[in-house]
Design a protein. Structure first.
Length: 361
């Protein structure tokens, strides 16, 4: 039997880049070093860190992504999934939150805010797709749609000395308190703890804002923003630390990310029991460690009082402006102040515990 195969030329299909992809390509053309979905630096990582300490900076936030939740039942659905009270979410007010396993362990931490017709859940880019898929499993008959809108918008961060005045002069407005939100037809502006601002805008608007902001301040890479997040005491759950902490361990209830008056959500019983029975033995601390050994999320900490067992875990860590590294770490409270806490092993560098910018119970 003979088969005849007709040879045809297949024309290549051109896929237009998304706004997020275009944006990163433009930043790279302007001198940014871009790796995957984040800007590493603009040529001088150490100088950019010092700038964040001493003056105002502007930062691309493409390392973050968003899940947009829409539909008639979105409020009730998210109320039954997240640790915060979604009834308190207003157009002019954002909140922190978490999504947990049934055992109360965090799979993600979010910044939650409203946009036109949707609720945005902002989290690290690497977790957007797996979290969207997991949440979608529980939509069932609810009138809710969950979409990855990461590349539909550009996110710009502004922080440092004079940041509020800079945002106000550039946009004509600046939210006045932490987690306050201002909206317009062209952007959303969120004031974050630590006198930082996030601007969420469509590509064309973001281009103009970036040009104006970089005329007045220094552009910096993602590690600088992460350092500011650490100094503000805001934990960010990453792939390396999923399923390790109940929300109180990372002080989430202190920054408003847990409600003890709302109804059920995954892990709610464990979270409530931890709160009311006083069984929390570990808390998140801000610390500095010297040397060249770079800590990473998930690294274990040790102190001699626990006889070789781990006394803590690094949550987030980045280089510090004056050398060494700043980090957030969940540590056994009995170890802090009684024994030196070491990175990696009992022979590793010692953590210098520093005060957080908020009071911890």
């Amino acid at each position: 039997m003979h088969f005849s195969i007709e040879s045809r030329r297949v024309e290549p299909t051109y896929v237009h880049p998304s706004p997020g992809q275009e944006w990163l390509a433009e930043l790279a053309a302007g001198g940014a070093t871009v790796v995957s979905h984040r800007v590493e630096h603009f040529g001088d990582p150490a100088g950019e860190l010092r700038a964040a300490r001493d003056t105002a900076i502007v930062c691309d936030l493409s390392h973050l992504g968003t899940i947009a939740a829409t539909g008639a039942d979105v409020g009730a659905f998210l109320q039954g999934q997240l640790s915060s009270d979604l009834r308190e979410l207003k157009p002019d007010r954002a909140q922190f939150s978490s999504y947990n396993t049934p055992k109360g362990r965090m799979l993600a931490s979010f910044l939650v805010y409203q946009t036109r017709g949707s609720v945005a859940l902002q989290l690290p880019h690497e977790l957007v797709d797996p979290l969207r898929k997991r949440l979608s499993m529980f939509v069932l008959r609810s009138k809710v749609q969950l979409a990855d809108t990461t590349d539909a918008f550009v996110r710009i961060g502004v922080a440092g000395a004079g940041a509020a005045a800079l945002v106000a002069s550039t946009l004509g407005k600046a939210p006045q308190c932490a987690l306050a939100v201002e909206h317009s037809d062209t952007e959303h502006v969120i004031r974050l703890p630590g006198d930082r601002f996030e601007i969420v805008a469509e590509l064309d608007r973001a281009r103009g804002l970036w040009k104006l902001l970089t005329l007045q301040t220094r552009p910096v890479g993602t590690p600088v923003w992460n350092w500011l997040e650490i100094r503000a005491g805001i934990p960010v759950i990453t792939r390396a630390t999923q399923d390790q902490f109940v929300p109180q361990m990372v002080n989430l209830e202190v920054i408003g990310g847990v409600s003890f008056q709302k109804g059920c959500y995954p892990g709610q019983e464990i979270v409530a029991r931890t709160q009311y029975l006083g069984k929390l033995k570990r808390r998140m601390y801000l610390a500095h460690v010297g040397g060249d050994l770079a800590p990473a999320p998930g690294n274990e900490l040790y102190s001699r009082d626990l006889e070789g067992q781990s006394s803590g875990t690094v949550v987030n860590a980045v280089p510090a402006p004056d050398g060494g590294f700043d980090l957030l770490a969940v540590i056994q409270t009995s170890s802090v102040g009684s024994e030196p806490v070491h990175l990696g092993s009992l022979e590793g560098p010692v953590l210098e515990i520093q005060p957080l910018p908020y009071a911890v119970p």
